[in-house]
Design a protein around this ligand. Structure first.
Ligand code: NAG
Ligand code: NAG
Ligand code: NAG
Ligand code: NAG
Ligand code: NAG
Length: 891
């Protein structure tokens, strides 16, 4: 009984299973029936174009073929598993031709376009292993492999589908990708998430998002079926590449494939066999398994200039002006050449170069970041040689801005700080290591042995140094490194260090995002601002208050700062008030807290905000584009006795969630009253010093001291050459992006973007003891070039879509202070000279076999007239007054 019941249950189970499998069988399918040849028409259409307001022609490749398929074998126990034979025939290419301004389309045979050998290979049959719609293997004859195979991969990928809605991971010509299916009756839609594909994509990009490349790809295929047989497939892929935050520079590549069943006729019978291997062995052609993923091979550069051209005598790139567009353009070329070059050639170039072109070559070799170029630099530079110090300095300034540094660079820097003799070079080296560590952490290389070692070098260095000036350098390096684990160390110095270190540590804390400003950090900042434990420098209190006001401000902190204003000196209170008002009217999220608090009329009291004093904060708009904002800010702090103490000017780029401090120049003077007034006994002890500290692109550079002490000042005043001091000069790479993609059609796309900046920042400090005025002029000259290139192609076809954009501009920031007037007179001027802009959109399309090349280009250039950026009204009035009092140089 028992066994009978068990047997009955077993039969029931089997029946159930059968029903389930037949339901599954319904969604499964034998696509191809044996003994029939299915003939499809295949159309391929690939376009590449600019999105530009100027109508630049597009490049287009159109081809069509007849595709014959038949079932070679199927699995006896599972007919949905098949081996399919495919052959492309009559491959034809449409080429558009301009004949006397008339565009006509001509049809060219495969042989005419591909050459005899490739054309023959393209027509060779191939096989694919199809299992319930999934392409599980691609088989090709030995002769058929090569670039033409990519076109076959593109075709076969169209045959991959499933009859169940849902998401899966699939391998096809695009790589291994997330695919989502929607099935309704005889219609199947396949959407491929190209951003998820493994096997093709971004090789490298800049660590700063603002200088990245936006990639927006989409892919949709629509299948129409009838009785389980594919009637047609339309697949469309759109790839959009644009420079982040530039609406002008954008390239669009579309790739459309279409397959349509034309006819079916009687064909060869299926081959019997127990396994695929057995079937393959029976065939006359020798097939081998090949990868279905497209192979985005490195293309060797055809038109790239060779390094040798730079080596020709008399052909040296003579660099007169680094801040010109022509120089940044040359810089791109050289970087690309150096990336291809061997160490021996780079070294040869360095040793042969003239003294004037060496700095330029060093910039390029560092930006190239290839192992060969870095190895050549290590061999060329002698860190212990006094005569080479200017080159070592050049190397350091180049290294600090490398957009994607390698561990080799870090290694060289560590070696350098162990060897250099000049203390300022050593200091620069330490500051640079911090910046490189930060970039490598951004590249997710923070745990690399070399990076760990560098981090330890910084922490140990800080702990071991005795002198304040040494400690300051390590703190600056930590400011660049932005490592969360160093926050406790920074807090310790902010709270307990002497004034200079407290200031530096606080400025390092300022560079961290708000999420790191924990309760513990805020408590320490409050102790500094409210001076509950000890007295602090005004600049330290200011920095502490600023962090509390800007990084996730708490109601309590804002209120307490407002309440404390009355108890502090007038200048500091004035500055803080002005800062709070700026935040209140800004676009920043933090303004809400301050707006809330100022609803309280007791706090938002006229007497709280109407303060006397010269100190002030100002901010304004420099430029606005569709998705980026450039702002400038200015902050001036005066001493309690009304003398100029420090000015901070900055230019910040804000875009979506990203913020980048393009530049910050902080100019500090101490003890000026001693200089200008007849020194009383007490003042004699006061140090006179003036210095400038510059941050560029979120990277702090080693501060420069103009003079330190009265004797130093005098010797510099009398020994002065009258020439401005160079702060930064050189070429750097801002944008560095390379991406290789296998398009659905089997063509390959390469996106290469370089953005170089040539910078020359100089500062001029003039102190006129007789007129008791001082003038600081900071001049920034910049040349910017962008090369945005998209290549689409295969063996027989190549389209290059290129955008070149150049800009040249000059910024100036002048501060004139008349100290001995009462009240102090001060005039600030921030402005820009005329800006030159040029852009060129070009396109070239070639069929190498046919010696046919089409070229087209459109460009434009314009100048934006110079202008002065408005600061506050009182300043303009003061400037008018002071300029009127200036002695006329003509007299
Ligand atoms: C499938 O993928 C699509 C797009 O990638 C996504 O929107 C959807 O949520 C996914 N569905 C499931 C069930 O994971
Ligand atoms: C810009 O580019 C990078 C990659 O190069 C990307 O990760 C980033 O999200 C892009 N978009 C914006 C708005 O910055
Ligand atoms: C045939 O299909 C069955 C069931 O799916 C499977 O177990 C078997 O391995 C397949 N045979 C071959 C030769 O692929
Ligand atoms: C503003 O503040 C002053 C001094 O602190 C006080 O005398 C005055 O009453 C306040 N006004 C308001 C409207 O709260
Ligand atoms: C293309 O140019 C090369 C060299 O200039 C020549 O040898 C070749 O015959 C040309 N081919 C055609 C199809 O014109």
């Amino acid at each position: 009984m028992c066994t009978q019941a068990a047997a009955g249950a077993f039969v029931l189970l089997l029946t159930l299973l059968h029903i389930i499998s037949s339901v599954k069988g319904h969604v499964d399918f034998p696509f191809f029936s044996p003994g029939i040849i299915y003939q499809y028409r295949y159309v391929l259409d690939v376009q590449a174009k600019h999105r530009s307001q100027l109508s630049v022609p597009e490049s287009r490749l159109r081809a069509e073929a007849t595709v014959k398929t038949h079932l070679l074998w199927r699995n006896d126990s599972h007919p949905g598993e098949q081996l399919v034979h495919v052959q492309m025939l009559d491959f034809k290419i449409h080429q558009l031709q301009d004949v006397k301004d008339e565009t006509t389309s001509i049809h060219l045979s495969a042989e005419a376009v591909l050459g005899k050998e490739s054309a023959t290979n393209l027509m060779l049959p191939f096989l694919f292993h199809w299992n319930s719609g999934k392409v599980e293997g691609l088989y090709d004859t030995v002769e058929g492999s090569g670039r033409t195979m990519d076109l076959k991969r593109g075709l076969v990928s169209l045959f991959q589908l499933q009859l169940l809605s849902g998401n899966v991971t699939e391998d096809d010509v695009s790589g291994k990708c997330q695919v989502s299916y929607k099935v309704s009756k005889d219609l199947v839609t396949k959407t491929k998430d190209l951003l998820s594909c493994i096997g093709s994509g971004v090789e490298f990009t800049s660590t700063k998002k603002i200088f990245g490349v936006q990639w927006q790809p989409t892919s949709t295929s629509t299948y129409s079926l009838k009785d389980g047989l594919i009637q047609s497939v339309v697949s469309e892929e759109i790839q959009i590449f644009s420079l982040n935050h530039s609406i002008y520079i954008e390239t669009i590549i579309t790739s459309r494939q279409q397959v349509e069943l034309v006819s079916s006729a009687a064909g060869p019978a299926e081959t019997s066999g127990q396994s695929i291997q057995e079937v393959l062995a029976k065939l006359s052609e020798k097939y081998q398994l090949t990868n279905i993923n497209g192979q985005p091979l490195k293309r060797t550069c055809h038109q790239c200039p060779l390094l040798e051209t730079f080596l020709m005598p008399g052909d040296q790139p003579v660099q007169t002006d680094v801040a010109s567009a022509s120089s940044t353009r040359l810089f791109h070329t050289l970087v690309q050449m150096l990336r291809q070059a061997e160490k021996r050639d780079v070294l040869h170039l360095l040793t042969k170069a003239s003294k004037t072109s060496l700095p330029f070559l060093i910039d390029a070799a560092v930006a190239a970041q290839s192992s060969a170029s870095l190895a050549a630099l290590t061999e060329f530079l002698d860190f212990t040689d006094k005569k080479q110090e200017y080159l070592v300095e050049k190397f350091l300034y180049a290294a600090v801005f490398v957009p994607r540094p390698s561990k080799d660079l870090l290694h060289i820097l560590e070696k350098l700080i162990g060897l250099v003799i000049d203390p300022s070079l050593m200091e620069s080296g330490i500051v640079v290591i911090g910046a490189v560590v930060h970039n490598m952490c951004q590249m997710k290389l923070c745990d690399l042995k070399e990076v760990e070692h560098a981090k330890a070098t910084l922490v140990e260095g800080l702990k071991k140094s005795v002198e304040v000036s040494q400690k300051k350098i390590y703190l600056l390096s930590m400011k660049n490194a932005k490592l969360p684990e160093t926050i406790p160390l920074l807090l310790e110095h902010a709270e307990n260090g002497p004034g200079v270190l407290s200031d530096t540590a606080l400025s390092a804390l300022q560079s961290f995002p708000a999420e790191y400003m924990t309760m513990k950090v805020k408590k320490a900042l409050r102790r500094i601002f409210h001076q509950t434990q000890r007295k602090y420098e005004r600049t330290s209190r200011l920095a502490a208050a600023e962090i509390l006001l800007v990084k996730d401000p708490l109601h309590m902190d804002v209120i307490n700062i407002l309440l404390a204003l009355d108890k502090m000196d007038a200048e500091l209170a004035k500055l803080l008030c002005s800062k709070i008002q700026i935040i209140q009217h800004s676009q920043d999220q933090t303004r809400k807290v301050i707006q809330d608090i100022l609803k309280d009329s007791w706090l938002n009291n006229y007497s709280v905000f109407s303060r006397t004093g010269n100190s002030m904060v100002f901010s304004g708009l420099l430029a606005v584009s569709e998705d980026m904002l450039a702002t400038y800010g200015l902050e001036m702090l005066f001493t309690e006795t009304g003398n100029f103490r420090q000015s901070i000017s900055d230019i910040t780029l804000v875009s979506h969630e990203h913020r980048l401090q393009a530049s910050q120049v902080s100019f500090e003077v101490q003890g000026l009253e001693f200089l200008m007034e007849s020194p009383s006994e007490g003042d004699k002890n006061q140090e006179i010093r003036a210095g400038i500290s510059v941050s560029l692109l979120d990277v702090q550079l080693r501060p420069i001291v103009f003079f330190h002490g009265y004797t130093d000042l005098l010797s510099k005043l009398f020994g002065s050459t009258g020439k401005p001091t160079t702060i930064v000069k050189g070429n750097i790479l801002l944008i560095d992006h390379l991406q290789r993609i296998s398009l659905q059609s089997g063509l390959l796309a390469t996106i290469e973007v370089l953005g170089g900046l040539g910078l020359d920042i100089s500062a001029d400090l003039g102190i006129n003891l007789w007129d008791q005025e001082s003038e600081i002029s900071i001049k920034t000259r910049a040349g910017l070039s962008i090369d945005f290139k998209a290549e689409v192609g295969t063996d027989f076809f190549q389209a290059d879509v290129k955008t070149e954009a150049d800009a040249e501009l000059i910024f100036y920031f002048d501060t004139l202070v008349k100290v001995f007037e009462d009240p102090v007179q001060i005039c600030l001027q921030l402005g820009q000279d005329q800006l030159l802009y040029r852009e060129l959109f070009s396109l070239s399309e070639s069929f190498p076999q046919r010696n046919v090349t089409h070229k087209a280009h459109k460009g434009r250039r314009f100048t934006v007239p110079g202008r002065e950026f408005p600061l506050h009204h009182a300043n303009s009035e003061m400037c008018k007054l002071m300029k009127a009092l200036q002695p006329d140089p003509e007299l």
